[in-house]
Design a protein around this ligand. Structure first.
Ligand code: FES
Length: 274
């Protein structure tokens, strides 16, 4: 018999919590909702496998005038010689691993903490939730309030790091207008690839939600800040395409690296346009 003094029962939280609709079915969707998270997981997994192989390879990342975006800037003494290129020996000779590992942490951290990628890999890899209106299999939900996901809040700082990295990749792109003997006035198929890649990298970087907030956040009156209002408007237009830019720039950066790999390994000769 209940006395009214029993300890409160442990109720499940998350989608099975008392405050949620008591629907037994996991979802009521009739479409192929699983296609999007499955495709996202497959795409991200392919990139993770490819980039891990290339980052640890420590070879075939430079074929004058092209340097792989995975290895730029190259900050260790064991970097390949790149005349006028982004090989700045800041770490000295003690670093014996692949120099890509020194720089990839910044673009990797930028993408890992990106609002879009968070949604993509929470759905694709952790099914949290798998899709809109589909219950997740986890019993509890704590969001991003605890370790380690609380570090997602560092995204703004990764944005600050991503801007100079994009600047260095721009420098690399300018250098692709040299030929293999470092004479200016060259353009190859690689130059075109690098131009497309850097345009996508900048578009993705500037479409960042943190960038949008930096441009237009914390203002009471846009009318008193016309320059910031205009910048916010431009970034907002890019921001509406953030997902597409995230994928396009991810693919273009991998393609650029693969192109450099092919040329550097001798498997392909860079066709000359002029
Ligand atoms: S929100 Fe995606 S890069 Fe900042």
């Amino acid at each position: 018999m209940a006395t009214g003094t029993e300890p409160p029962q442990q109720r499940p939280s998350g989608v099975h919590g008392a405050s949620r609709a008591a629907i037994a079915a996991r979802h009521l969707r009739t479409d192929r909702w699983w296609l999007a998270p499955a495709g996202t997981a497959a795409g991200l997994f392919a990139f993770i496998v490819y980039s891990t192989w290339r980052a640890f390879a420590n070879a075939d990342y430079y074929a004058a005038p092209y340097v792989s975006p995975f290895y730029s800037p190259c900050l260790a003494e064991n970097c390949q010689e790149m005349r006028g290129g982004p090989n700045w020996d800041l770490f000295g000779s003690w670093w014996g691993l692949s120099p890509a590992l020194l720089v990839l942490i910044f673009p990797l951290g930028f993408r890992l903490t990106c609002y879009y990628y968070r949604k993509a890999y929470y759905r694709g890899f952790w099914a949290s939730p798998p899709a809109c209106a589909v219950a997740e299999p986890h019993a509890a939900y704590t969001g991003e309030t605890r370790f380690p996901l609380v570090f997602q809040n560092a995204h703004r700082y990764f944005f600050y790091a991503a801007v100079p990295v994009a600047g260095i990749l721009t420098y690399d792109t300018v250098l692709t207008f040299r030929d293999e003997h470092y004479a200016w006035g060259h353009m190859g198929l690689g130059t075109l690839l690098f131009l497309v890649n850097i345009a996508l990298i900048w578009a993705y970087t500037l479409s960042c939600h943190s960038c949008r907030h930096i441009m237009g956040g914390k203002l009471k009156h846009f009318s008193k800040h016309p320059v910031r209002y205009r910048l916010w408007g431009w970034v907002s237009r890019l921001n509406a395409r953030h997902m597409q830019l995230a994928w396009a720039s991810l693919i273009s950066v991998a393609l650029c690296d693969f192109y450099v790999y092919l040329v550097a390994s001798g498997a392909f000769t860079d066709p000359r346009i002029f």
